[in-house]
Design a protein around this ligand. Structure first.
Ligand code: ACO
Length: 324
């Protein structure tokens, strides 16, 4: 008997305000055509004034609990992936915990930028398999609109706000690749690449939140190479091959990166969940958002093999292989 972390429910929340590419055409030297062809992005959501990461995370968490048919009392802990917390401290996860009316269990944030959800999922899986928790809410929630340089056309057109959540539950498997739940993970970081993608402020340096800076074309090259590799490593660990993958649910940064990664894995695009057109890059929220959208459309069948993979600031990158 082997303990596996199975996704019991998914949920998401997107802020009401939708911003089309044309909004940027009015403000910057850019075009809807450039943004669509270079990134696949058509629109994104931006949080309302006063709407914070924990507000969106709470809504996604409630939706995931509803889908799972569970109550906050049934949850042992919350892991929130975010790089845009409400405050420097406490962890925004504790605000979600309070919003759910929970006074039990643990709640903390994980920070691995766009790879945050993959790191949080692997982290929660390890806790479940280690016997520290039976059910964990794993959330990704971001308000990247708050750290944009609105004069930098190379970054501000790319990002959006939103949240997604999953309920992970420990269930018994037989220890084979046929089990439901998380089968393998692969996590990596390499701090030598800090300057490719970072925020130019912080509590320990400028005392400000700062703004996002990115050398997009260099990150692009790392992304294509590292994402396909990490997916292969995790699949190998799980004892599976790319031919056995039913769905790739990648971080939604750029449709060209996603297509190139799918090609390297030998996967046709009808096996890839693509939400980047409607959400933009929502950093740590993008994978749980994509999982929840595809789940609500009834696209996953029990037993499907799903690969998630992401890369972000650090650089940090990784993947999780699971059976639905
Ligand atoms: N509109 C019009 N032109 C633009 C825009 C824009 N919005 N942005 C950049 N350009 C111009 C550039 O100025 C450049 O012009 P030049 O040739 O005259 O100098 C030209 O377009 C090409 O620029 P590149 O940066 O080389 O364009 P590229 O094809 O690489 O696309 C992009 C840029 C979309 C940013 C791409 O590199 C990318 O997606 N990179 C990876 C992003 C990513 O995955 N990040 C990781 C996750 S994010 C996180 O962790 C927070």
């Amino acid at each position: 008997m082997t303990l596996r972390s199975v996704i019991r429910g998914t949920g998401h929340y997107l802020p009401e305000r939708v911003v089309e590419n044309s909004w940027f055409e009015e403000r910057l030297d850019t075009s809807d055509e450039w943004i669509r062809t270079r990134t696949g992005i058509e629109r994104r959501h931006f949080a309302a004034e006063g709407q914070a990461t924990s507000d969106m995370g709470l809504r996604a968490a409630r939706a995931a609990l509803d889908k799972a048919g569970l109550k906050p009392d049934d949850i042992d802990g919350i892991v929130l992936a975010t790089s845009t917390p409400d405050f420097t401290f406490p962890a925004s996860a504790t605000m979600i915990q309070h919003g759910l009316g929970m006074t039990h269990g643990f709640a903390y944030d994980v920070q691995a930028v766009c790879a945050g959800f993959v790191f949080a999922l692997a982290n929660a899986d390890a806790m479940i398999r280690g016997g520290m928790a039976r059910r964990v809410l794993v959330i990704g929630s971001e308000t990247f609109s708050r750290i944009m340089d609105w004069s930098d056309r190379g970054t501000c057109v790319l990002f959006g706000d939103g949240a997604g959540a999953v309920v992970l539950e420990g269930q018994n498997g037989d220890g084979t690749a046929g089990d439901r739940g998380i089968l393998a993970s692969d996590l990596n970081s390499d701090g030598q690449y800090r300057d490719l993608l970072y925020v130019d402020g912080g509590v320990g340096t400028t005392g400000t939140a700062g703004q996002l800076r990115m050398q997009g074309n260099l990150v692009f090259r790392h992304a294509v190479e590292k994402l396909a590799k990490t997916a292969h490593v995790a699949l190998d660990k799980a004892g599976l091959t790319p031919a056995q993958v039913d769905w790739l649910v990648p971080h939604q940064a750029n449709a060209r990166i996603i297509t190139a990664t799918a090609q390297k894995m030998g996967l046709p695009m009808d096996k890839v969940v693509l939400t980047v057109a409607d959400h933009g890059n929502t950093s740590a929220a993008s994978i749980p958002l994509a999982l929840s959208v595809a789940d609500s459309q009834g696209r996953f069948r029990e037993g499907d093999v799903i690969v998630t993979e992401a890369i972000g600031g650090g650089l940090s990158w990784g993947s999780v292989v699971l059976r639905w």
